[in-house]
Design a protein around this ligand. Structure first.
Ligand SMILES: [Zn+2]
Length: 93
């Protein structure tokens, strides 16, 4: 992937170890909000990398990463209290 700069020079980031990727965010009812980088364009649903459950996801865009693909990070983990609240609500439905 080449990125044009204002001065007309092109930099090939793949020669520097960067990998093209797609970023997405998903919400897992067990683990909270997770951001991930994947090799292929994401669908509207994606499996949670921690528990494998199918979650709604939102594509955030394309980019480059130095990390191995796929990778992820939990950006907003559910607290123990929130997890128990959700379990309590699910039992009453
Ligand atoms: Zn999960």
């Amino acid at each position: 992937m080449q990125v044009e700069r204002l001065n007309g020079l092109a930099v090939d980031f793949t020669e520097r170890g960067y990998r093209p990727c797609f970023y997405l965010e998903l919400h897992c009812s067990e683990h909270g909000d997770i951001r991930a980088a994947v090799e292929t364009e994401p669908a509207q649903q994606h499996r949670c990398p921690l528990c494998g459950s199918t979650c709604d996801s939102v594509a955030l865009g394309r980019g480059l990463t130095l990390r191995e693909l796929p990778n992820f990070e939990v950006v907003c983990a559910l607290t123990q209290y929130a997890r128990k609240q959700r379990q309590r609500i699910a039992k009453t439905q």
